[in-house]
Design a binder for this molecule. Sequence first.
Ligand SMILES: CC(C)(COP(=O)(O)OP(=O)(O)OC[C@H]1O[C@@H](n2cnc3c(N)ncnc32)[C@H](O)[C@@H]1OP(=O)(O)O)[C@@H](O)C(=O)NCCC(=O)NCCS
Length: 177
Amino acid sequence: MFEELDMGRADDVRALFTSVFSDSEGEAEGLLVGNLAWELLTETDRQDIYGFAAVEGAEIIGCIIFSRLTFECEKNVFILSPVAIRADRQSQGLGQGLINFGIDRLQEQGIVLIMTYGDPDFYVRVGFRCVAVESIRAPFDLKFPHGWLGRPLPGGSVMPIPGRPSCVRALNKAVYW
Ligand SMILES: CC(C)(COP(=O)(O)OP(=O)(O)OC[C@H]1O[C@@H](n2cnc3c(N)ncnc32)[C@H](O)[C@@H]1OP(=O)(O)O)[C@@H](O)C(=O)NCCC(=O)NCCS
């Protein structure tokens, strides 16, 4: 039920994120996140993005996207953003299952650290912990620094990394941070 995302399904993915985030955060946020997901899938170089889906038949009922954060020191770091499970299938373990599935695949690719920017109460359940922005900077100044989170993978750590990273073009807008 979890698989690598078919990048050709950007329209389906946009519809999923728009619907889920409209329900949870309001219509404007739904459109914003739907658009972010679509731009990530259609505008990012293939080596800088991974996507995974929870599927049922032909339908995508959950989706997660990881994209590259580039530091001067060339550490192999990705950021998880965004993730969503269709509203009628939430709280059944799919979200945590999809996150862990994606992280396992990234680990196989030699990625050493995954960052995210979200609700710590949820992400601590899947191994993330709070990271001080002085220790690992974000691409933009954060409105909610307590939501800056990291999960090291074997061989990596949440040790300080010098310099401000850059993100992929789709995420490179202050509104997301
Ligand atoms: C967040 C999300 C991906 C989790 O997927 P899910 O399939 O519902 O999650 P799971 O079933 O694996 O885990 C559910 C648990 O996480 C908790 N949870 C979900 N969102 C949470 C949040 N923002 N803060 C704290 N806990 C949260 C649920 O209460 C539930 O707890 P319980 O098992 O003790 O009842 C999904 O609920 C979703 O798409 N939400 C709307 C969009 C969103 O907020 N995305 C994440 C930010 S990018």
